[in-house]
Design a protein around this ligand. Sequence first.
Ligand code: CUA
Length: 352
Amino acid sequence: MRGWMGKLRAFFIFSALTLLLTGCGVDNLSALKPKGYGSDLLFDLMMISIAIMLFVFIIVMAIYTFVLIRYRQKKGQEDFIPKQTEGNKALEVIWTVIPIILLLVLAVPTVQATFDLADESTKGDEGVTTIEVTGNQYWWHFGYPDDEISTSQDLYIPTGERVYLDMKSSDVIHSFWVPSIAGKMDTNPGDNDNTMYLEAYEEGVYWGHCAELCGPSHSLMDFRVIAVSPEDYDQWKEDMQNVDPEATAEAQEGQELYENNCMGCHAIGDGAAGQGPNMTNFANRTKIAGVIEPSKENLMDWIVNPEQFKPGNQMPANLVSEDEASQIADYLLELDHSDVGASASEAEVEEE
Ligand code: CUA
């Protein structure tokens, strides 16, 4: 009796924990709340396979329970051997055909969705955006070649239209994954480019993760997709193209320090991808380095010793003193060239 009660208690604790933990997580990081075309397709496939599995489970459990009760050994049957049957042709055919049908029911929409997700019929058309995505240890570069814009970590896209991505990696294999609006795609080093598209229904800040183990800071290789209305998107592009490079008087020294110490890796404005993230709209970013809450203090800590936040990253530590880091931070925090990004990150705070 004791053991039985213990098991029951464990069962209740486990159930309660399951209920509690399913509440964890972030709304805009869930494949179960699709907010884009790609994630919708994948969600439907998940539902079909779950329905098929449930159907099989219920039928099998029903037969199992029936047989267990109906044919259990009764009193006086201890020496009784039931009739041995084998090779029932009708049964054999039925339980071969049913799984084939179930697999077909799953296969047809899966193949359809696979082709749909690979559809690039409008790519390169007038007014259709193609963005270059490059995975790096441990950050993301986003280039808009048609508009001569470079940025990183926060990927801006317009809502309601298909945006194509050309994807590669500068080092090892990473995987670009924005579960609430699209599936997942590897970025490969070398010439083996991959492509996919994003299509977000509503404005919002959608969370992305690297989904391929790529080094010690793989789990910190976060990014955001910021979907804004087409009008805001045009505004953002205009803002990004007309960046005023002059710092205010207070940040002048910071700018100089930046140019002497950081510019070799971190471009501002359009230009080569660089060794480090592009900084054009740094102060509009939702996070520092994709994972740290944006504040001057955190930024200074990052500049002086990035290793403590993202182990194994390529940025050298102790390149500048704490005072210098403070001045560089003053300059970087002035790089808020677009109100579109700022309002989008406020939207994120409200949603959380
Ligand atoms: Cu990049 Cu994991």
